[in-house]
Design a protein around this ligand. Structure first.
Ligand code: SPV
Ligand code: MG
Length: 271
């Protein structure tokens, strides 16, 4: 259950995945939670992670992950696909699909991926709290989790703004806080975790740009879930590129066969 996996008493890891196959590989790799990555799902359609795909496209990918595994799926739902009414329908649809929880971020639609260059406009605290309240009101099972993602550091804001937002979002009903950053050293994330006075609400991090901050450090700073959001996607891109270039250059798969999964491995992943 997602609620247990992100409890403040323990520490879990989530793999960012983009379809049923990557979800199943993450499950066999020992992860606790699946992150239905907006970046990954967008990349699987070869479009930017800039609010291009529809909710239904993201939902279909999350449903495939949920159907393929026993792991709880935490779906990256960007800004909630609209205003409070869109958020309410989104919750209904994700919950019906069996997804364990959703994460919405406090940027304005259309959002841009957080790791790119360029400015990011943040939603007002009041506007985002209204979305969280709509989400919590719309859920029909008590186990469903709504994560509030704070983009203050991405937008160039300071710790005081991040803390103000975290407190407000918990007040509006958020079950967990994801504090995002694209800093190179992760210092602002570790500082936030250590100093945020709320020691009950689960804290989530996405250590993409600060890979030297390991799970132990995140746990010690008060985090309960580390989301490895895009490593599976990046690994698969490298593997596909290397393999396909080999074939086009050599006109054969000799020298490649031992580096790629056997067809029987594919069958196994397909059950
Ligand atoms: C994603 O995986 O889509 C995320 C994390 O939202 S990030 O790409 O860092 O914004
Ligand atoms: Mg995303």
């Amino acid at each position: 259950m997602l609620r247990n996996a992100i409890s403040r008493d323990g520490f879990s890891i989530a793999a960012g995945v983009h379809d049923g196959l990557s979800a199943r590989i993450a499950e066999s790799g020992g992860f606790d939670v699946l992150w239905a990555s907006g970046l990954g799902i967008s990349a699987s359609y070869a479009v930017p992670d800039d609010s291009i795909l529809t909710m239904t496209e993201f939902l279909n990918a999350a449903r495939a992950m949920n159907d393929a595994t026993e792991l709880p799926v935490l779906a990256d739902c960007d800004t909630g696909f609209g205003d409070t009414r869109n958020v309410a329908r989104m919750i209904d649809q994700y919950e019906r699909a069996g997804v364990a929880g959703v994460c919405i971020e406090d940027k304005v639609f259309p959002k841009r991926n957080s790791l790119g260059d360029g400015s990011q406009d943040q939603e007002t605290v009041e506007g985002f709290c209204a979305k969280l309240e709509a989400a919590k009101k719309a859920q029909s099972t008590s186990d469903f989790v709504v994560v509030a993602r704070i983009e203050t550091f991405i937008a160039g804001g300071d710790r005081a703004d991040a803390v103000r937002r975290a407190d407000a979002y918990v007040g509006a009903g958020a079950d967990a806080i994801l504090i995002h950053s694209k800093s190179k050293d992760g210092a602002e994330i570790l500082d936030f975790g250590r100093t945020w006075e709320n020691k009950h609400t689960p804290l989530l991090a996405v250590p993409t740009t600060y890979p030297q901050v390991d799970a132990e450090q995140l746990k010690a700073a008060g985090f309960s879930l580390a989301i490895y959001a895009n490593q599976a996607l990046r690994a698969s891109i490298t593997a596909m590129q290397k393999s396909l270039i080999h074939i086009s250059q050599h006109g054969s798969t000799v020298g490649l066969e031992s580096d790629i999964a056997a067809v029987s491995d594919v069958f196994q992943l397909q059950n």
